[in-house]
Design a protein. Structure first.
Length: 254
């Protein structure tokens, strides 16, 4: 018998080991290159959907005052442990990007690794954009990326990934449906507890958003679009783009 967990609550146990190939230093450098390119000099930043805090900590080491928000307490527990071990002062809070409420406004809010795609429709995306705006100072930057339909179809649709380790195993199955532009990912984990393994399951659902839809939503929710780039570049997205980076500036209160 298995237990259905909220997304990333059990994934957190082995997340950093499973996602070892994610190049967070490259991501952090790219964000700073965006700042330089757009003459933006933030001091206080929020990492929204921060996960285990890998990117958050790199930005903190760069000298920014960092906060992190994630809806999975399991991920935050690990993030706090790692930041304490690194002697970094980072405020981590539990919250959903649609309704998190912090007693702070920020110069920049980043939301990376296709976390925006977890908004499963335009209404949820709009609510998230509005809530981000509520936590940005005027002229503050909202930097985020989205995965593309090409990436999902080529690298995930109808594919199964699996791995066995000494203290965990997982099976990762993906199905994408063109009609609703949703990718449904079923994750089954077996995590060692003493001499036995306990089974857990998570269901992750991500929505593909078209560039024009995102542009319209940003305009509707008080932002000016600064740039749209093929990830890690300063080039326009193309048919081979797997991830698109957006930079938007808050230009009006809602």
């Amino acid at each position: 018998m298995s237990s259905l967990a909220n997304p990333y609550e059990k994934f957190a146990y082995a997340y950093d080991r499973i996602m070892y190939n994610v190049d967070y230093p490259r991501w952090e450098a790219y964000i700073n290159d965006l700042f330089l390119r757009d003459n933006h000099c933030p001091k206080k930043m929020l990492d929204l959907a921060c996960g285990t805090g890998q990117l958050t900590m790199l930005l903190a080491k760069r000298g920014y005052e960092m906060w992190g928000v994630d809806r999975a307490e399991g991920m935050l527990k690990i993030a706090r442990q790692k930041s304490e071990q690194s002697n970094l002062e980072i405020e981590f809070r539990q919250g959903d990007m649609r309704d998190f409420d912090l007693p702070q406004k920020f110069d920049t809010i980043v939301c990376t690794y296709d976390s925006i795609n977890y908004m499963v429709n335009e209404q949820e995306f709009e609510v998230a954009c509005r809530n981000v705006s509520n936590h940005l100072g005027m002229s503050g930057f909202f930097i985020f990326d989205v995965t593309t339909e090409r990436n999902i179809v080529k690298h995930f649709h109808s594919q199964t990934f699996a791995e066995n380790d000494q203290d965990y195993s997982y099976i990762w199955q993906n199905i994408y449906t063109y009609a609703d532009k949703l990718c449904r990912t079923s994750l089954t984990f077996f995590i060692r507890e003493g001499d036995l393994f306990r089974r857990f399951e998570e269901m992750h659902i991500q929505r593909i958003f078209e560039v024009n839809t995102i542009k319209k939503m940003l305009n509707k929710t008080g932002y000016e679009l600064v740039s749209v780039y093929d990830m890690y570049t300063f080039s326009k997205p193309n048919r081979n783009t797997d991830r698109i980076n957006f930079t938007a500036r808050k230009v009006r209160e809602l």
